[in-house]
Design a protein around this ligand. Structure first.
Ligand code: ADP
Ligand code: CIR
Length: 357
């Protein structure tokens, strides 16, 4: 049974979304009265309700998406809401469609997007992974966080070669070191209001931390939005080198840690935008001509299924004309196709920028 207090909050939230005429979130778009009535009494075996799914988007009316899955079961239990959101975000992944098996493809077919170093500041490819047997953030206990961190640290201590590194827990890290890592684009930010409203930051900073090699070209985030974010990055536009490092790392880590994978959704993540391959391949790039008008840049990027973010990540502004441009879709295509989509689209954007000069 969903209790009366939750019902009341749900009704108020639904009304708030109705009243917010300038709210453009996918939550508002797809939470119709019919869907709401169908889902308002649903509860997963973890005790998660529709309120856990929608509360971030209700509190943050400027959300692009507005929903999170408190546990893996929620994707099925609240499918009437998640399915259309997933279909819209991942452009056409319909109910009944199945995410393809993992395929990193032929890395040799990729290259350097900007050999002359004229446009691209840095390149990054990340993926997310959830530890099998654990729910997502809102359902985790403090003991879960500690146990997960211990397991992750023990597994990562076996990595070798350029993946060899050190784990730095957030607990005990000085504010200066933390801020420097954030400013240098290596570490997740603190106090993300979208995650906070989703109940994803409880017991912070317990169980949270970052692993990285000496050069900070290979990094792993522990227990931020997802259990793990595996990241490869370096200065310049050599996407092939960055992706090759990520693939090598993921192949290695998967032998050591069992991850949650779903027959239909692929790799499972807290946010539906990250399901499937979970891959976001991005560049930090300066395109002064195309970016003279951000809306137009977004329109042009959109034609190639690319997404534009600010320099410090999602929901931030561009600093010094530097934009973060990445593949938008992560589901319904293979890892290779997601990266290739970004590679091809960026080549086009650079061509258009040169043409406009
Ligand atoms: P995520 O990539 O996990 O979806 P964000 O959009 O919040 O999350 O970005 C996380 C961090 O990664 C931010 O500090 C952002 O500036 C940094 N980042 C993303 N792409 C690049 C890139 N190509 N080069 C350098 N830093 C990047
Ligand atoms: C939003 O709806 O805007 C936020 N909840 C973020 C959505 C997607 N971003 C992400 O997963 N990093």
């Amino acid at each position: 049974m969903v209790d009366a207090a939750v019902h009341e909050k749900l009704e108020a939230g639904f009304q708030k979304l109705q009243d917010a005429t300038d709210c453009k979130s996918l939550l508002k778009k797809f939470l119709t009265r019919d869907v709401f009535d169908k889902l308002k009494d649903v509860k997963t075996s973890f005790g998660s309700t529709l309120l856990d799914v929608v509360q971030s988007g209700v509190e943050n009316l400027d959300s692009g998406v507005g929903v999170y899955a408190p546990d893996a079961e929620s994707y099925s239990a609240f499918a009437d809401l998640f399915d259309p959101i997933i279909c819209d975000y991942h452009t056409g992944f319909k109910p009944g469609d199945k995410h393809p098996p993992r395929d990193f493809g032929d890395i040799e077919t990729l290259g350097n997007l900007d050999p002359e170093g004229a446009f691209i500041v840095s390149t990054r490819v990340r993926c997310g992974r959830s530890l099998a047997g654990y729910a997502f953030n809102p359902c985790l206990t403090e003991a879960n966080y500690k146990e997960m961190e211990e397991k992750v640290v023990a597994s990562l201590s076996c990595l070798e070669g350029e993946l060899k590194g050190t784990y730095y827990p957030l607990t005990g890290m000085t504010k200066e070191v933390q801020q420097q890592l954030i400013d240098d684009h290596f570490l997740f930010k603190e106090g993300d209001r979208f995650l906070q409203a989703a109940n994803a930051c409880r017991y912070w900073p317990t169980g949270r931390g970052i692993y990285h090699n000496v050069d900070k070209t290979f990094l792993i985030w522990c227990n931020e939005e997802d259990h793990l974010r595996i990241i490869s990055m370096q200065k310049g536009g050599d996407l092939k080198a960055v992706y090759a490092r990520l693939v090598n790392a993921v192949n290695d880590i998967e032998k050591r840690i069992p991850f949650s994978h779903h027959d239909r959704f692929g790799f499972l993540t807290f946010c539906p935008t990250n399901l499937g391959t979970t891959i976001r391949a991005s560049v930090h790039i300066q395109l002064p001509k195309l970016a003279a008008d951000r809306t137009k840049l977004e329109e042009t990027a959109g034609k190639y299924n690319l997404q534009v973010r600010g320099t410090a990540g999602e929901h931030t502004e561009a600093e010094g004309g530097i934009y973060d441009i990445s593949n938008k879709r992560r589901m319904g295509l293979t890892e290779y196709q997601a990266v290739k989509e970004m590679y091809d689209g960026l080549q086009e954007l650079i061509r258009l920028e040169k043409e406009a000069s």
